[in-house]
Design a protein around this ligand. Structure first.
Ligand SMILES: *Cc1c(COP(=O)(O)O)cnc(C)c1O
Length: 408
């Protein structure tokens, strides 16, 4: 069904005759209203623009530097628009498609940094020449060679950010295995890049869904030792993403505790205290802003067979074992019991152990809303086994779980 049908229409005639001179904002329906009307047999993605705007405002107001949205988390244009409306003007892009999308939506008013440290040569040329990207991350000499060869940039033209590898930390997703220069390599890269760079930076990523604010302080201390050893001026410290959100089994410290820890560590960093700061949040900005409504296709004991699964929006409920908040859309007085989910494909890995607490009388045909899926949900969907259909609606609901500092 067309998206526009889901908005409660405000007729232009009515608006003109109203006493208020201000335009009436289009009112969004609730999840319950959408499902009652549509009775969808395919998954529905419910986007909460107000939640996204609010998270963006909170992050931008609280973080002591520039906030770059990590676009890979959810690149839906409606998500980007809501974050923009909430004040986000900087974007961490990792592919030519993400860069082209952000430029097409916001023009040169958007600051884009290309933060994937391994790129195709054609992707570098497209970013630099077509989309005027000047900020690039790198973690190896070869990538710097590639950047210089493909951009033919003059010394002092590019912002070069050296990505530092971190030891394994306290995050749910460890991101230390793939990217990042070790201590000595980072020192050498900083020295080599300094005379070439307009601005020289150091970045890291503590791992996604990092619940320990001290992990940022430890990473900043390491970055400071690298800068000291390199003995060159550093202009920029990028503390990456990783800021956590609430899940049913995980309470997280308030966002402000992370900002305070970062500010204190930055102020104490002998070689970096005068740099500007960047952050690259993904999950924290958008997780609460999206949910998925699925339908039960079969029930066998405590096993629920759903029309979405790990090859759809529920990838993180599979092997990483995230327990997302769930609710049954039908009112029920039955006691709550634990269920396990199975997705629609024929792959036996398409299984989500949960457990997910739902009314004991849940049955075929019931709809379940699964929350905190604005990040790494719809963005990870595949067409495997023919199950790629879903549609997106914008709704007025609050997030299913509040994250302190973002939603309260
Ligand atoms: C994925 C990613 C992010 C966003 O991480 P979150 O944990 O979602 O905040 C930020 N920076 C880089 C380089 C990334 O790859």
């Amino acid at each position: 069904m067309a998206l526009s049908n889901l908005r409660i229409a405000v007729s232009p005639l009515k608006r003109r005759s109203a006493a208020l001179p201000l335009p009436v904002p289009a009112e969004l329906p609730t999840v319950d209203a959408v499902i009652a009307r549509e009775k969808p047999q395919e998954p529905v993605h419910a986007l909460r623009p107000e939640t996204l705007r609010k998270a963006a405002r909170r992050f931008v107001a609280g973080f002591p530097g520039d906030v770059l949205y990590a676009v890979k988390c959810n690149a839906d244009p409606r998500v980007l628009r809501a974050l923009w409306d909430g004040g986000v003007r900087h974007f961490d892009c990792a592919s030519p498609a993400e860069i082209a999308l952000v430029r097409s939506m916001f023009g040169t008013g958007a600051h884009i940094a290309y933060m994937h440290p391994v790129r195709a040569r054609a992707a570098i040329r497209e970013a630099y020449a077509r989309h005027a990207v000047r900020d690039f991350v790198l973690d190896a000499d070869e990538e710097l060679d590639k950047l210089l060869a493909e951009t033919k940039a003059k010394p002092g033209e590019l912002t070069l950010v050296v990505r530092l590898a971190l030891p394994k930390g306290g995050a749910r997703y460890d991101l230390s295995g793939k990217f990042g220069a070790d201590f000595d390599a980072a020192v050498a890269l900083l020295r080599r890049a300094r005379p070439l760079a307009r601005e020289l930076g150091i970045s890291f990523h503590v791992g996604s869904q990092c619940v320990d604010p001290a992990a940022y302080a430890r990473a900043i201390e390491l970055a400071d030792r690298v800068a000291g050893e390199a003995g060159v001026r550093v202009d920029l410290l990028d503390v990456g993403g990783g800021f956590p959100v609430t899940y049913p089994d995980i309470d997280v410290p308030p966002l402000g505790a992370f900002f305070a820890e970062i500010e204190a560590a930055h102020a104490n960093a002998a070689h970096l205290r005068h740099t500007k700061l960047w952050a690259e949040p993904g999950r924290a900005l958008v997780a609460g802003g999206g949910s998925v409504i699925v339908q039960v296709q079969a029930r066998r004991a405590n096993m629920l067979y759903l029309n979405d699964g790990i090859y759809g929006s529920l990838s993180d409920a599979g092997y990483p074992g995230f327990r997302f908040p769930v609710r049954c859309l039908r009112a029920s007085d039955a006691p709550i019991r634990d269920f396990e989910f199975f997705g629609p494909t024929c792959d036996s890995a398409d299984r989500m152990a949960g457990p997910f607490p739902l009314p004991a009388d849940i049955a075929e045909g019931d709809w379940i809303e699964i929350g905190q899926l604005g990040a790494y949900g719809a963005a990870l969907r595949t067409a495997f086994n023919g199950f790629e259909r879903a549609h997106l609606v914008e709704v007025a609901d609050a997030p299913m779980l509040a994250t302190p500092g973002l939603d309260d």
